[in-house]
Design a binder for this molecule. Structure first.
Ligand code: PLP
Length: 358
């Protein structure tokens, strides 16, 4: 619903709708790349106990610097990282907004390569940052020569590289990350929300973090850690970059409850991440099955697969919803994205897709 004209919203926001995938009750959710396996009773009990303890202190503001949590995240990432080189916020969405608040802004430019995560242009809009979208190739890779040429012309203050990319699942070689950071005048962010799902041999930009002070690597606990409801994203970078983000953060942005829950989840990381291997295997089976059925499939290093192509993708999406399976109508025209679910959920998807397309 458009806003009534009397609402004095910023003119450049008029006509926009709030972003969000449809949330439909009582369907199999394969639409927002969540982990289909919730925390076990044991992990849930430990998180609940940590939250109970935090509740006894809720008369006080939380640790503004979230130092215990940041130390835990640094320990998880390895690479000799320490708390002062890691920053956390309410989901990597908030981290990304803070990055654009600190490094974008009026007169500044952010650049990415489409198709990619659809929230980036919204953060650019919200922070009055000029948005430039380069194009990915037919196979959704980023052509390095073309990327460098675009960087040369646009001189971006922020480059957003997504690896593995959403919605295509495509990971970037480190050679691309290195060359882009060397060429770009501003910060380069590698969004690794899906890093834990990457195939063997696919590198992480964390491997080259120490070489480039203007490189930022963002991660999240929403996907592999099965903590989407906890809202915890984070970024690793040079300590001076983290200090720049601290300038734009809201005071006490991470509640004591969030910090306690995320720290407790981190203590159980082995158990929470135990299903990742299984999900990667299911992802590979899903891609193979789709190919066997004759669909086009984008190679995926994430916990979802982009497939197509359909003359009327909305009809396919709707047909699946009618059968109780919710996937995502996103990405280039003609393609659909399906998240990796449990074996039973995948079976329901297979059966429904065949019914809808045959
Ligand atoms: C590429 C990418 N980055 C960031 C996010 C944001 O995740 P969160 O805010 O839950 O950490 C998502 C969520 O789907 C994503 O796909």
């Amino acid at each position: 619903m458009p806003l009534p004209s009397w609402v004095p919203i910023r003119e450049d926001l008029r006509g926009f709708e709030p972003y969000g995938a449809p949330q439909i009750p009582d369907v199999i959710n394969l639409n927002v790349n969540e982990n289909p396996y919730g925390p076990s009773d044991g992990v849930a009990a430990d998180i609940a106990e940590a939250v109970r303890l935090a509740a006894t202190t809720l008369n006080r503001y939380p640790d503004r610097e979230a130092l215990v949590l940041r130390a835990g995240l640094a320990d998880y990432l390895g690479h000799d990282l320490t708390a002062e080189r890691v920053w956390a916020a309410n989901g990597s969405n908030e981290v990304m907004l803070q990055i654009l608040q600190a490094f974008g802004g009026p007169g500044r430019t952010a650049l990415s390569f489409a198709p990619t995560y659809s929230m980036y242009p919204e953060y650019a809009r919200d922070t009055h940052t000029r948005w430039v979208a380069g194009r990915r190739e037919q196979d959704f890779s980023v052509d390095l020569e073309r990327a460098l040429a675009l960087i040369e012309v646009e001189q971006p203050d922020v480059v957003l590289l997504t690896s593995p990319n959403n919605p295509t699942g495509t990971a970037l070689p480190l050679e691309t990350v290195r060359a882009v950071v060397e060429a770009a005048p501003g910060v380069v962010v590698v969004d690794e929300a899906y890093a834990e799902f990457r195939r063997q041999g696919t590198p992480s930009a964390l491997d080259v973090l120490d070489e480039f002070p203007r490189l930022l690597v963002t991660r999240t606990m929403s996907k592999a850690f099965a903590l989407a409801g906890g809202r915890l994203g984070y970024v690793a970078a040079d300590a001076a970059i983290i200090d720049a983000l601290r300038i734009v953060r809201l005071p006490y942005h991470l509640s004591a409850v969030t910090q306690a829950a995320a720290s407790a989840a981190l203590r159980h990381r082995d158990e929470l991440l135990a299903r990742v291997d299984e999900l990667r295997a299911t992802r590979d089976d899903l891609a193979a099955w789709l190919k066997e059925q004759g669909f086009e499939v984008a190679d995926s290093d994430a916990n979802f697969v982009l497939f197509g192509r359909f003359d009327d993708r909305h009809a396919i999406w709707q047909g699946l919803v009618d059968r109780g399976v919710l996937i995502r109508e996103t990405g280039p025209d003609g393609w659909l994205r399906v998240s990796v679910g449990t074996p039973d959920e995948m079976q329901a998807f297979y059966t429904s897709l065949l019914e809808v397309t045959r």
